[in-house]
Design a protein around this ligand. Sequence first.
Ligand SMILES: [Zn+2]
Length: 387
Amino acid sequence: MAANSIPDEPRPRRGRLRRWGVRLAKGLGICALLLLLLRELFFSGPYLPSAKPHDGLILDMHCHVAGIGAGGSGCFVSEELRNNFRFGIYLKAFGVTVAEAEAQGDQLLMERLAKGIGESQRVGAAIVLAMDGVVDANGQLDPARTEFYIPNEYVAAETAKHPNLYFGASVNPHRPDALERLQWARDNGALLVKWLPSIQFIDPADPAHEPFYRKMAALKLPLLTHAGQERSFTHAQDELADPVRLRLPLSLGVTVIVAHAASTGKNEGQEDIDRLIGMLGDYPNLYADLSSMTQVNKLGYLRQAITEKQLEGRLLYGSDFPLINTAAVTAWAFPLNLTRKQMQAIDAMANPWDRDVALKEALGVPASVMARPAKFFGVSLGQAGAD
Ligand SMILES: [Zn+2]
C-alpha cells in the first residue's frame, strides 16, 4: 500500500502547478494587451517631425576612452572604480577585456575606437577626451581622490596615429602650470578642453581661474564641461556642476559647451537644464551637446532640448561613447515615440555610433545638430555612406 501511494503523490501538485501556469499566462496576456492599448492611446510619435537626415559624415564631439595604465599609457583607474560593476561594463563597450588590455596595452582601446568609427556609416570622426585628475593643495595630482586619469600626452599621441580621432584635452586649473598645459594642448592639436567639475573638484565660478579662462579665450579653446547630476562615477560633488557657475568663463569670452544639456539634477530647487536655458539669452557663446541624452534615466530631457526655441542653433551632436554601447541606451525605451519596426531596426544595428545617430534622428534631432560639430571645430569630413 505504502509503495503504491508514493508515485501517486506528485500528481495533485502537478495539477496545481498547471492551473497556476494557465492563470499566470492569462494574466500576462491581459497585461500585454493593456500595454498595447495604452500605447495606442498615448503614442505621440517623434519629439519633432523627422526631416531629411544630414547627408555628410558627422563629427562626434564627445567620446571617451578608458585605460588601466597598461602599455605605458599613464592612465589610471582607482581601485574603487576598478572594483565597481560599471568598470567592466565600460570595457565591454569597447569590446576589450581587462586581460587583453593588460597584455596588449591601453592602446588597444584606442584602436578599437578608431575601428568602430571607421565602420560607422554616419559618424566619420570623434574628439577623444583626456581626463585630468584631482589636484591637491600643493598642486600635485591626488591619486587617492582621482577616480579616472587619462593624460593629455597619451590622448595626443594616440589620436595622432588615427586620422578619424581628434584630441580633446583636459586641464585642471589647480595645476601650477595650468596655463602652459593649455598652450601645450593647443600646440598639439587639441580642439577643446574637457572638465568634469563634480569629480575633478573644480569650481567653475572661482575667480582664481580668471587667468586660465583668459588663456582659453586667447587660444580659442572651447570648454566642454559636464553639468547636471553625475552618476557614471562612484563619488560626485554635484553642486559644482551647477550651470550657473559657468557665468564667469562665459563673461570672459570662453566658448562653453554644456555636456548633455545639463540633463538630470537640480540646484536651488530648479532643474539644471532650466538653469542652463535661462542663461542662453545672456551668452551667445553658450552651447550644449546631446551626448547620452537617450539614456533610460534621462527620458524627456531630449524632448525639452530639441523643442526649446532658445536652444536652436546651440546644440551639437555627441555620443558619450562608451555609455551609448551599454544597456542604459535602447530604442525600446521610447515605445510612445517610435514604431515597433523602428525600435527593432535601430536596436539591431551593430555599430554603436550608427545606432546612436539613428535613434536620435528617429526621435526628431534635426540635421543641423548633426552637421554642427564638424563646422564648429573646423573638421572636414566626407559624405555619409561613402567608403
Ligand atoms: Zn561624457
